[in-house]
Design a protein around this ligand. Sequence first.
Ligand code: GLU
Length: 337
Amino acid sequence: MNDCKNTVRGRFAPTPSGLMHFGNARTALLSWLQIRAAGGAYVMRIEDIDMTRSRSHLVKAILEDLQWLGLDWDEGPDKGGPYGPYTQSERLEGYEAALSKLREQGLLYPCFCSRADILGAASAPHGLAGEGPAYPGTCRCLSEEERKEKERHKTPSLRMKVPDDPERVITFHDQVAGSVSVPASAGGDFIVKRADGMFSYQLAVVVDDAEMKITHVLRGSDLLDSTPRQLLLYEALGYTPPSFAHVPLVYGPDGRRLAKRHGGIALQAMRERGVRPEAVVGWLAFMSGLTLEPVPLAAAELVPLFDMSRLSAEPVRLTEEDMRALQAYSLPEQPKR
Ligand code: GLU
């Protein structure tokens, strides 16, 4: 063993439910820069656990887009590595083992509630932002008989108990958002396995990040609210949590968060229109606070410029003007250096 070995490890973990757009390209670029600047190992993991949303043909398209941007990875589905497989649908045994650990600690219970039941619960308190009401705990205290009776009619989901203590607060330092403190019970008991047998994102991401020895997680701020629950899982499973950095989302010219509806902003569409990757990378770096001007740059040129403290915590908006500027950096292609 070489004691001086750099143990910094980061990852990009796309869900193959849509093409790469500017928002997830920015997250990928920044997480890659964070790890490359630290001389660490970068992991590509495909989060296809939600099979209703994932499309296998998109995996190839996403990896191609990332390569086009100039990003590379040391371990991944196409490369293998010591902590594979790197595709969640091939890692189900690890999630099942984690559930057993939680079950042994009495932290899980079956839940028979439908979404409508939860929405209809008169006393349901507000949950976490954008998630609807917190789970009111309806099934937490069912007796064995009640559970058996319900099981005859319905397959339950499995929920993880959040701490009862209303005073317990989860605090962590986010490298972009700063200090975050949330009551441990916020959001209520959460699902770790769905009634259709699928493991939840919360469980899978924690098991994978821990088993893949990830030390630095940089991802979109839409997942900031998930972090306290993930920290509860880290604790219950006896894992050391990574450091977190949640970067703001990118909004489209219409002011709405970038999504599939902004088809023209997909990297693939831009690439087909002849936009150069350096134009995209330069724009992303500028909008992220890393450079003073949106000049075209190769991803590798940004590695020495990367400075976490310069990352802006403000959401980014891609305007029509930006789109025209990006297009202006299209063909004729500059000679490769
Ligand atoms: N798979 C998630 C997504 O594509 C990212 C999960 C994470 O980075 O923790 O939004």
